[in-house]
Design a protein around this ligand. Structure first.
Ligand code: ASP
Length: 322
């Protein structure tokens, strides 16, 4: 009896001291829902490397891939709401997937928002042996070769897939999409010539365009990227209005303590205010949101507005999940 009482007292003491420990008292895991080396992974690594300073803890990246990111996001939905498992995702994982998959979680109700993160447009890129010199020539080439070519994507419903399907509908072409666990590995196959075309985030493709391993025809934005002034906008190149901006965000499981969320938000804000980080992100074509949007409120408002805007469009396009 005395032993049991002692054990209970010890346990209570242990639990008490664990609760009293300020957050974060151990490493935090960021779940990247796509393959290593791709755009989401790259952004997560740039941010977490710097966030560990204000957090005073290591941040571990876990790549939980598959089904256009819905596997990894689901892993966070089911995690303990203690601030130690964080979901980094974007327009397609946290908006598009809700319109095309029967997800076992609710994108709004099962998560608490932490901060809106940078957004990048996409580049229409091909392997270097494609003879087209500009977007108009590329469209002709696609029409003539659609039987023979293929496009890489990060899975049905991913940003690269939705944009590729959009490109097909505008140009009246049809070619197969090859799903990968992220556009990191897909872009390597494009460089190697096993794929022909991709519409992928500038942060993934731009470094390869700069080094001459890929050809870029247009950026899916109203204006050219400051860090890539040679690549025309879709308006200039002949596909007006084909704008897609892949914005990112950070979420935690619903019910995470406010104190933990506030620490993560502050760490994001400090990171995105760092001139060295800003320069690296800008170089990749990422556009950093204003500080007041790098907040739970900023992300919540943007997320909701994007769901309202895109779900009807995606449902009407009848894109099917895997
Ligand atoms: N974000 C994906 C990745 O990191 C790419 C995509 O959605 O197209 O691979």
């Amino acid at each position: 009896m005395l032993g049991r009482l002692l054990a209970a007292a010890l346990l209570a003491g242990l639990v008490g001291s664990a609760q009293a420990q300020p957050y974060p008292s151990r490493p935090i895991t960021f779940v990247v829902p796509f393959a290593a080396g791709g755009p989401t992974d790259t952004l997560a690594r740039i941010l977490t490397e710097r966030m560990r300073v204000p957090l005073g803890q290591t941040v571990i990246i876990e790549n939980a891939t598959g089904a256009a990111g819905s596997i990894g996001v689901g892993r966070v939905a089911r995690a303990a709401p203690d601030g130690y498992t964080v979901s980094i995702g974007h327009w397609s994982t946290h908006v598009v997937n809700g319109a095309i998959y029967a997800l076992p979680y609710d994108l709004l109700a099962d998560f608490d928002p932490v901060a809106l993160l940078p957004a990048n447009p996409q580049l229409i890129v091909t392997k270097t042996s494609v003879p087209a010199k500009d977007l108009k020539e590329l469209i002709d080439w696609l029409k003539q070769n659609q039987e023979k070519i293929s496009a890489g994507t990060a899975g049905a419903g991913s940003a690269s897939h939705v944009s590729g399907a959009y490109l097909q509908s505008i140009t009246g072409t049809r070619f197969p999409f090859i799903p990968y666990r992220g556009t990191g590995p897909a872009i390597q196959d494009l460089i190697a010539g096993q794929l022909d075309i991709m519409v992928d985030q500038s942060s993934n493709s731009l470094p390869h365009v700069r080094s001459g391993k890929l050809k870029a025809y247009a950026v899916t934005a109203k204006s050219r990227l400051p860090s890539a002034p040679d690549i025309p906008s879709v308006d200039e190149a002949g596909m007006p209005g084909f704008y897609i901006s892949v914005w990112h965000g950070l979420w935690v499981p619903k019910g995470t303590p406010k104190e933990a969320i506030a620490k993560l938000t502050a760490a994001v804000q400090e990171t995105l205010a760092d001139p060295a980080i800003r320069a690296r992100l800008t170089e990749l074509g990422q556009d950093i949101p204003p500080r007041e949007q790098q907040t739970p409120e900023g992300l919540a408002a943007h997320h909701k507005a994007e769901i309202e805007k895109w779900w009807p469009i995606i449902k009407a396009a009848n894109i099917k999940g895997e």
